[in-house]
Design a protein around this ligand. Sequence first.
Ligand code: ZN
Length: 246
Amino acid sequence: NVDKLGRYKVIYTAKDRSGNKVVKERIIKVVEKKNIGTLQQSNEKIVYLTFDDGPSENTQKILDILDRYNVKATFFVTGENQKYNYLIQEAHKRGHTIGLHTYCHDYKTIYTSVDAYFDDLNKIGNMVKDLIGFVPRYIRFPGGSSNKVSKNYCTGLMSILTKEVIKQGYQYYDWNGDTNDASSNNVSVHEIISSATNENHQNIVILAHDTTVEALPSIISFYQKKGYSFQAINDESFYVHHHVQN
Ligand code: ZN
């Protein structure tokens, strides 16, 4: 009974055509399902800086800036630029959190069906496992959970995926702060800073991309001066979920 916690002895028996019989026993533990994270903001002022779409030629610079300010962040990585995969290991070694973004980042591939999405998620999960030894449980949907792009390929997909990833033991992270660094090709450093320093929630999850380097020091010192600490996502962290629109 998977609804009743406890230890169960399961006995398997198998018999072949000649009547040989094998019996095996196994203890199965049904444990409480632990959800990752909380929707409740903590009393502490915390910024969760998150970087999507890396690793890339910028990741090293980002890591060094984070070290300089003694802050931790989270990297939602892809499989698109694997010659920089050593930087995923480096980020992990320096105490940052590695999360899963997507293997191929191609909307029309990953958002075709539930299976297509999980194929891609498993691919990036296995790639990261080879690098750091485990599959991260923290994910960010390409375009966020509120993306409407997926509607072009599969109606109702995000409504299913947002439930299914939780069922499979993941947690997904949208954002309540945005650098807007991906809004167009030539967003100025000034615009990025002013957009990223716009929030006054107690807990802020800031969306940035692996391209945001120059704006980073100003964003960090702005929030540090206001008494925020910068933390990497962990099992207890606050998470943001957007309103699902497909
Ligand atoms: Zn992305």
